[in-house]
Design a protein around this ligand. Structure first.
Ligand SMILES: NC(=O)c1ccc[n+]([C@@H]2O[C@H](COP(=O)([O-])OP(=O)(O)OC[C@H]3O[C@@H](n4cnc5c(N)ncnc54)[C@H](O)[C@@H]3O)[C@@H](O)[C@H]2O)c1
Ligand SMILES: O=C(O)[C@H](O)COP(=O)(O)O
Length: 596
């Protein structure tokens, strides 16, 4: 899955260390989406080399020892359980990652309180309904979960509730302990030959189905997104919602809580059920309208219910549902086996550490999945993409709103053989960060662009030649704007910059209609002049007088003695007076200074 980064320890591109990761503004700068250039003080640090740069992970709910051990090898781990919402908001500004189970609400306020430092939220379990994903994405915070380690535990708990309910185990247990011996009162119902409808045929649902078949039940499932062949493979018929409701003796719920599943079982749906149906819920309390369930039980539609989860957890002490004699309850124990908790702890610790390192997070919930090999191959182009975005936006004249950007990718590869999500995110980063305080990464790039009304369209240009490298060039065009450097405007009226990767280094190869060739490092001075001898010397000596080091120079011209564009790479920013003196050279028609 996604990701932001390449190998932090070894990433080296012709004397550059390039690391793509979650943040560029956190205290934990080791994991920033930056490029470290050896001649400058590195902004990103190789992890193992800097103990002080250890990230801090806040573990807000109990996590298995094996997971804590993994976390501690890499990060400072703060285990603070039972924090109030206010305490969580206070602590979070000091944390790079947060790990929770279902008991902690990670709402917008938490992300806002983190002031950009929180880079990963790890949900030690499946359901992410307690995490505000939209807010996480807006804040560029990756959310990862541990989707597989508690599947069997949840399925086993579902079966435990099913059988316990059918045989009144909990009620009979309480009765015997109260000194009674009520054998006639607790006559149960058999499971064999009964129809079980599994609603939500995902990981847990299909494991429940498998086990229920072993108990001799006839299992059907309703899941609008489940593939029929997976159901067939375990002998389950996929049926419509209506059929499941109308024909099932038992209904077991296994869908996530989303706006479309909220209160899926309600007055209307209970009315469609077979009289005497029994309900099991180990999914989420919110998928049932709890008041409607109480009514359906009292009306004799629902004979019994067995519930592990509740709309509000813990439920109010006087909850009619919880207190109902025909209802068996457990306190959200579905994932609570020793084995599942160790597994979940390891799964989430690995995901969080990996994400902090900028590695692939296979269980990311709010970021596009970019395969590792794609990231490795695109690494130098990612840097080029960001630089071109930065360059293009700095060429826009003040007052022109950037609304429409076209990105063209020239490649000799087949049209469908280029995953541009990472490149698009980096161009977006380059376009937005120089002109705002917003931090952009792969998680929030598309969101941030949309929010700012920035439309980015992409086009593939198929070239002849060797398909060995994924890309030949990237071109960024900004339409409907004026430029502070008129030469950057192409024949068709857009600001146009084009670049290529040469020997692993991003180069600017075209600006407007002028061909140039300068490596995109440090700062760039662009001058348009009348092509004539001595220009390079004149500009160079003004910079030299100020001790500004020139790293490279390139001149592109339309024709000899006509207009030319001179691109000069400088290590430092020249003083205003020097820039003015350059502008005053008679043959210089316009110039602009750009920070890369
Ligand atoms: N009680 C517990 O401790 C516990 C433990 C694990 C999982 N869970 C919960 O169980 C649920 C299922 O977990 P999972 O790991 O199987 O998830 P999953 O994503 O593998 O499966 C969910 C399934 O629900 C289906 N679905 C989505 N919308 C639906 C709809 N409107 N109608 C019917 N089906 C729909 C999806 O297509 C998917 O197949 C989640 O809510 C999870 O949080 C609870
Ligand atoms: O969604 C889940 O993984 C389960 O509901 C388990 O939640 P828990 O981690 O709070 O036990």
């Amino acid at each position: 899955m996604a990701t932001y980064a390449t190998n932090l320890h070894t990433a080296s591109l012709n004397n550059k260390l390039s690391s793509l990761s979650l943040s560029s503004n956190s205290k934990f700068s080791s994991f920033s989406l930056t490029v470290c250039q050896p001649r400058h003080k590195p902004r990103c640090i190789v992890l193992s080399a800097n103990v002080d740069a250890k990230p801090t992970v806040l573990v807000a709910e109990k996590l298995g020892e094996a997971g804590l051990k993994l976390l501690k090898e890499f990060a400072n781990v703060d285990c603070s359980y039972n924090l109030s919402p206010e305490e969580l908001c206070t602590k979070i500004s000091l944390c790079d990652a947060l790990i929770v189970r279902s008991g902690t609400k990670v709402n917008r306020e938490v992300f806002e309180s983190s002031s950009g430092r929180l880079k990963v939220v790890g949900r030690a379990g499946v359901g992410i309904d307690n995490v505000d994903l939209a807010a996480a994405t807006e804040h560029g915070c990756l959310v990862v979960n541990a989707p597989t380690a508690n599947t069997v535990a949840a399925a086993e708990h579902g079966i435990a509730l099913l059988t316990a309910m059918a045989r009144n185990v909990a009620q009979a247990d309480a009765s015997v302990k109260a000194g009674k011996w009520q054998r006639n009162k607790y006559v149960g119902v058999s499971l064999v030959g009964k129809k079980l409808a599994v609603l939500g045929f995902g990981k847990v649902g299909s494991e429940v189905a498998r086990r229920a078949k072993g108990l001799g039940m006839h299992v059907v499932a309703y899941d609008p997104y489940a593939p029929a062949d997976r159901a067939r493979a375990i002998g389950v018929d996929l049926v419509s919602f209506e059929e499941a409701l109308a024909t099932a003796d038992f209904i077991s719920l296994h869908m996530p809580l989303t706006p479309s599943t909220s209160k899926m079982l309600n007055d209307e749906t209970f009315a469609k059920m077979k009289k005497g149906v029994r309900i099991i819920n180990v999914a989420r309390g919110g998928v049932i309208d709890e008041e409607a369930l109480v009514k359906a039980i009292d009306a004799g539609i629902v004979a019994q219910a067995a519930l592990d989860v509740f709309a509000e957890e813990p439920p109010p002490k006087d909850s009619k549902l919880v207190q109902h004699e025909k209802v068996t309850v457990t306190p959200h124990l579905g994932a609570s086996t020793v084995e599942a908790q160790e597994g979940v702890a390891i799964e989430i610790a690995e995901a969080v550490v990996g994400a902090l390192k900028g590695e692939l997070a296979a269980t990311a919930v709010n970021a596009p999945m970019v395969p590792a090999e794609v990231i490795t191959e695109l690494k130098p182009y990612v840097l080029l993409a960001e630089k071109l975005g930065r360059l293009a936006v700095q060429l826009v004249a003040g007052g022109s709103g950037v609304k429409s950007v076209k990105v063209s990718y020239g490649s000799a590869r087949a049209a469908d053989d280029l995953d541009t999500r990472l490149l698009r995110a980096m161009i977006t980063k380059g376009l937005i960060e120089p002109i705002s305080s917003v931090f952009v990464n792969l998680v929030n790039a598309d969101f941030t662009a949309k929010q700012r009304g920035l439309r980015i369209t992409e086009e593939r240009i198929t070239l002849d030649g060797s398909p060995e490298s994924p890309l030949n060039f990237i071109q960024v065009q900004i339409a409907n704007v004026e430029s502070k450097f008129a030469s950057a405007i192409s024949e068709t009226g857009e600001i146009k910059v084009e670049g290529r990767v040469k020997d692993g280094i991003p180069h600017l190869t075209k600006i407007g209609s002028f061909e140039v060739d300068v490596s995109l490092e440090g700062n760039l001075l662009l001058c348009r002049q009348v092509d004539q001898p001595g220009m390079i010397g004149k500009v160079g000596s003004i910079l030299g007088e100020e001790n500004v080091n020139v790293s490279f120079m390139s001149v592109g011209r339309i024709a000899p003695r006509k207009q030319a564009v001179m691109a000069i790479g400088v290590d430092d920013q020249p003083k205003k007076e020097s820039l003015k003196r350059i502008g005053d050279i008679p043959a210089i028609e316009e110039f602009v200074f750009l920070k890369l």
